[in-house]
Design a protein around this ligand. Structure first.
Ligand code: PLP
Length: 451
């Protein structure tokens, strides 16, 4: 059989189950019910093989910032494939898409973040960062300054290196992680862990855990701290405002490199070009992926400050990927950045979409199932609770409220994700107020049904 969209759904599902291993999935269980087959997408809507239109409040995996179906990106990809579909930049060669994208990123990134090392996605980029910060200190004559401090409930990718940085235990426990010399401190999740403290005091206390860890491990052993400006996959945890300035102070004081993982926050999601700008930090390295190409082509990378790039350039950096700076992906990313810029999409987030969504989102706290409702730009979460006053938690095993809620959303043609005791969204940035009204209607309906 030729497998096309024209086959009946059940047949496609059977063929999928027979040969396709889905990521982050209990494949045996999925095979029983069959995966939903997505056939096309336009704007903020997906279409499935039954012709249902699904509002994608996750922008794929937090990545389709400009929305689906932009022909300009397809045209650029086709043109680039005809002209130069592939060449590498390893052995004293370069090409125009890599040059142009690196220059554009240096222009967009704040301060002296002027140098780009490309990868095919966020996991690869964070692997680059692990090796880059350790090589930086080794080149400076401090090879023992190699511990990287990360956070519990962080997500930095799924390769062995980036997965070791991650702190979502159930995701990262399998398969021999973590690698040595990674240390995790607690996350700034006030709702779940703040107890009687005010959010401000709690934010400070959680940041000061970094200082404690540095003093315990030894200032001359700690290479870097890595964090997502707003934790995404861990449940869209918006930290108290006191948190990041204190982290910055501590990194400065002890000469620790600061890595901001901007894979989700970058390219407009927080209402600025980068989440670092929203939370007011000056990282030495930013991890980028996802919104860099709005997911239209796999590409990521590390944007590196002048000083780190200079020290790395002092020797050979024995690291790189076949698809580092892939010309088609780079050309697609450049076109995506042009659209983000020329159509004022970051301004749209800051001035229109995010303020409108914030008002509607925070009103969800009235719902009987909802504890806190948190939002930063176009990423938002609600904590589900059986008792708001005590901030009690529902059980999180399969079949419990979070799963029911997610399944009701999907049945109501809305993609919304569930993680632990939180429900999260990260929609395309082009969402209009009318789209937001429709999304909120489906969310409220699903919450009512789950209650
Ligand atoms: N870093 C963050 C903050 C992420 O959210 C993700 C993916 O969700 C990654 C890294 C990994 O990126 P990728 O899946 O492209 O390897």
């Amino acid at each position: 059989t030729t497998i096309t969209n024209h086959l009946p759904t059940a047949e496609l599902q059977a063929l999928d189950a027979a040969h396709h291993m889905h990521p982050f999935t209990a494949n045996g269980e999925l095979a029983q019910k069959g995966a939903r087959v997505i056939t096309r997408a336009k704007g903020v809507y997906l279409t499935d093989s039954e012709g249902e239109e699904i509002l994608d409040a996750m922008a794929g995996l937090w990545c389709v910032n400009i929305g689906y179906g932009r022909d300009e990106l397809a045209d650029v990809a086709a043109r680039q494939m005809r002209e130069l579909p592939y060449y590498n930049t390893f052995f004293q060669t370069t090409h125009v898409p890599a040059i142009a994208l690196a220059n554009k990123l240096a222009e967009l990134a704040p301060g002296d973040l002027n140098h780009v090392f490309f990868a095919a996605g966020g996991s690869e980029a964070n692997d680059t960062n692990i090796r880059m910060v350790r090589t930086y200190w080794a080149n400076k004559g401090q090879p023992d300054k190699n511990i990287i401090i990360s956070r519990k409930n962080a997500y930095h990718g799924s390769s062995v290196g980036s997965g070791s940085l991650g702190g979502m235990v159930h995701m990262h426990a399998q398969g021999g992680m973590p690698i040595p010399d990674i240390h995790h401190i607690d996350q700034p999740n006030w709702w779940a862990e703040g107890g009687d403290m005010s959010p401000e005091d709690f934010g400070l206390a959680r940041a000061q855990e970094l200082e404690k860890a540095i003093l315990e491990l030894g200032e001359d052993r700690v290479a870097a701290f890595i964090g997502e400006p707003i934790q995404g996959a861990g449940g869209v945890i918006v930290p108290p405002e006191t948190y990041w300035p204190e982290i910055q102070r501590i990194c400065d004081k002890y000469d620790i490199l600061l890595i901001a993982d901007e894979v989700i926050c970058g390219f407009g999601r927080t209402g600025d070009w980068f989440g670092s700008q929203t939370v007011g930090i000056k990282p030495h390295i930013m991890t980028i992926a996802k919104g860099l190409s709005s997911g239209y082509a796999p590409i990521g990378g590390s944007i590196v400050c002048d000083e780190v790039a200079e020290v790395i350039a002092g020797g050979e950096f024995n690291h790189g990927y076949t698809y580092s700076g892939h010309p088609v992906a780079a050309a697609v990313a450049l076109e995506n950045l042009r659209i983000l810029e020329e159509e004022g999409i970051v301004d749209h987030v800051r001035d229109v979409a995010a303020p409108y969504l914030k008002e509607k989102w925070e009103a969800l706290a009235d719902h009987p199932l909802v504890g806190e409702a948190k939002i930063c730009g176009m990423m938002a979460s609600i904590a589900l609770t059986p008792d708001k006053a005590s901030r009690a938690k529902f059980a999180t095993e399969p079949g419990t409220v979070g799963y029911v809620c997610r399944d009701r959303c999907f049945a109501n043609n809305l993609v919304m994700r569930h993680v632990g005791d939180r429900m999260i969204i990260s929609p395309p940035l082009i969402l209009t107020p009318a789209d937001i009204d429709e999304m909120m209607r489906r969310i409220r309906k699903s919450l009512d049904e789950a209650h």
